[in-house]
Design a protein around this ligand. Structure first.
Ligand SMILES: Nc1ncnc2c1ncn2[C@@H]1O[C@H](COP(=O)(O)OP(=O)(O)OP(=O)(O)O)[C@@H](O)[C@H]1O
Ligand SMILES: [Mg+2]
Length: 602
């Protein structure tokens, strides 16, 4: 049967994934051992209970021995009770093991993701990553909670039942097996159909969900362009498609299988008839027949269970495989040896081979080439020289490579050729953590975390005092708007700063950089247009913050960088002009054209 799991995916390497998943479970091997023992007890008890029907009938019912009968029934009840208890115990314990294992893997995954390089995040969809934590873990959880136990129980039950049936009557057993084989064939046929329709259902469901997600997120755009009616029509069509495939899938699941279930009663009647004949002709005793009939009824159950639960297990394995594939991603490597000595608050030092080099903030890029992929070169022969007190500005059309330069200074990506040095030390020799501690970047897209305003500013340096947070906000010109918020610095922001304007978010980001008190400051100005008042606040805040530091400013508004010491004009990954505002204006090149509005930036 083509096995369709929830997500319609199959694990690629089942054995390997299963083994790896098991090593996690195996960490609780003691508890796991108890589960297996409990499971064996419960299965054996249920089989034994059924078998004891035979002596019950033969020895006590036939001889009308009421006391013996009651004793026997008591014994059977006792056995069943043991089984129930053991089963309850194994389920309870398995839940504990399963949840513990999931907790471990979830922690490992999150921890690993923190260590992955930016390249990984730039090349993987965020939604995809999220679904590892949601869907994939759900699938594993399903398997751990139920399927694993059921599979083991069913397998054991199948074997034991088969043996008991053979003992009771080999002839009837062969008959049952043949009938079952025929039924299985039918089930297989129906199953492959149903799998097909389930697959279709899943696919359309995916489409519908994707459509809903996209259009809920895009509500604003839909409204802006009056697309409501069209969206509705498209959805109607998708919804109809889902309805069709779901109907077919559910028809098989809810109609065909129950019908097959009824056919099994025919089997039962047939077995009873043949068995009855065997008893009459003296080839079998009545007790054996009663017990056998009971076994034959339950024989198919474990088979159905196995096929059902193996689907759940497959889904779990597919999920686990996807999780493991992320765990196998190589974490960001850091071969840097040079570390930062911050023991003296006023003067930081680089520790390089027992030498203490004062941290100044001199950054030099020489002949830097870089491409995100091997075949596309983004930056070509970039040379930049920067030291404290200098404000270096980058301007250029969108996609020119401005943000890319900052990605390199911060070592989010490694350069392909050339050198970047920090105070004369190649940045590849500096521990990434320490390098990033000396450089603050106000990213082009501000990200705020759920928490108070103060928490978000303090993100720049976790041990900053309340006073330092306020100072930083003042420096960044964020103080006045924060004060006007209902709870001031304690205002809680959620969902990436909803309710704050773009400009306010950027001011917070600048305050965050300010509190870190970095040697080197990089501001990647947000592209979105903000009002000229806020713009004034931002550039004023930036200028205050830049004082005495090495600063790089990427500007979309030329007004913010007029006062820069050097302006680098970038075009297609190259610096085509450099100089201060006056030089460049006199030069009458690209900058001049940009400034006088002869060409537009974005
Ligand atoms: N993560 C990435 N992977 C591959 N290519 C990228 C990546 N980030 C940027 N690029 C490409 O590198 C080039 C430079 O991009 P970059 O972000 O540096 O431009 P920019 O000058 O900052 O533009 P903007 O003014 O729009 O911010 C673009 O062609 C872009 O498509
Ligand atoms: Mg950019």
């Amino acid at each position: 049967m083509e096995k369709m799991n929830k997500a319609g995916r199959r694990p690629q390497n089942m054995a390997k994934t299963l083994k790896r998943l098991m090593t996690y479970l195996w960490r609780n091997k003691f508890q796991l051992g108890i589960v297996v023992v409990a499971l064996i007890i419960s299965t054996v008890a249920s089989v034994a209970g059924t078998y004891f029907i035979r002596p019950l009938i033969n020895d006590f019912v036939a001889s009308k021995d009421v006391n013996g009968l009651l004793r026997m029934i008591g014994l059977i009840v006792l056995i069943y009770m043991c089984g129930v208890c053991a089963s309850y115990f194994s389920v309870r314990l398995m839940v504990v093991i399963g949840q513990k294992t999931i907790k471990t893997i979830r922690m490992e995954l999150f921890d690993h993701i923190q260590k992955l390089p930016i390249r990984f995040f730039d090349t993987h969809k965020h939604g995809d990553l999220m679904s590892r934590f949601t869907n994939d873990f759900d699938n594993i959880q399903n398997a751990f909670n139920n399927s694993l136990l059921m599979l083991l129980t069913s397998a054991l039950q199948l074997v034991l039942t088969f043996i008991m049936m053979l003992i009771l009557s080999p002839l009837l057993t062969i008959m049952i097996v043949i009938m079952l084989a025929i039924m299985m064939y039918i089930v297989k046929f129906v199953g492959s159909r149903s799998a097909k329709y389930f697959g279709m259902q899943q696919k359309t469901l995916g489409k519908v969900n994707g459509y809903i997600e996209e259009h809920i997120e895009g509500q604003k755009v839909i409204k802006v362009f009056n697309h409501e009616q069209k969206v509705l029509e498209e959805f109607e069509e998708l919804n109809q498609e889902l309805n069709r495939s779901a109907q077919k899938a559910q028809f098989y699941a809810n109609t065909m299988f129950p019908i097959l279930g009824n056919i099994s009663y025919v089997n039962y009647a047939l077995t009873a008839t043949v068995g009855g004949y065997l008893v009459i002709s003296g080839m079998m005793d009545v007790g054996a027949l009663a017990s056998f009939l009971q076994f034959s009824r339950t024989f198919a159950q474990p088979l159905a269970q196995i096929s059902q639960q193996s689907n759940v297990l497959l889904a779990a394995l597919a999920g686990a495989e996807r999780i493991f594939s992320i765990l196998d991603e190589h974490p960001e490597v850091d071969e840097g040896k040079v570390s930062l000595d911050q023991s003296d608050e006023d003067q930081w030092y680089w520790l390089k081979d027992d030498n203490r080099i004062p941290v100044v903030g001199k950054i030099i890029l020489e002949h830097v080439d870089f491409g995100y992929t091997k075949d596309v070169n983004i930056l070509k022969d970039i040379n930049v020289w920067a030291e404290p007190g200098l404000k270096i500005a980058f301007v250029g059309a969108t996609g020119a490579g401005k943000t890319t330069i900052t990605n390199l200074i911060n070592r989010f990506y490694e350069i392909d050729a050339g050198t970047i040095t920090f105070d004369g030390i190649p940045i590849t020799q500096i521990k990434k953590e320490d390098l990033r501690r000396t450089i603050s970047i106000v990213l082009q897209d501000t990200h705020l975390f759920t928490g108070t305003i103060a928490d978000n500013i303090r993100y720049g340096r976790l041990n900053a005092s309340d006073d330092e947070v306020v100072q930083a906000a003042k420096l960044a010109n964020a103080h006045s708007f924060i004060k006007r918020l209902p709870e001031g610095y304690r205002t809680v922001i959620t969902g990436d700063g909803e309710g704050l304007s773009q400009g306010q978010r950027q001011l917070l980001a600048i305050a965050r950089a300010a509190v870190a008190n970095p040697k080197v400051l990089i501001l990647d100005e947000a592209t979105s247009s903000i009002d000229s008042h806020t713009e004034g606040l931002i550039s004023q805040g930036m200028d205050q913050l830049m004082y005495g530091r090495t600063s790089f400013v990427i500007a979309h508004r030329l007004s913010t960088i007029r006062n820069a010491d050097v302006i680098m004009v970038m075009d297609h990954g190259e610096i085509i002009e450099r100089g201060n505002h006056e030089d460049l204006m006199a030069n009458q090149g690209m900058y001049y054209k940009l400034y006088t509005g002869q060409i537009e930036l974005d």
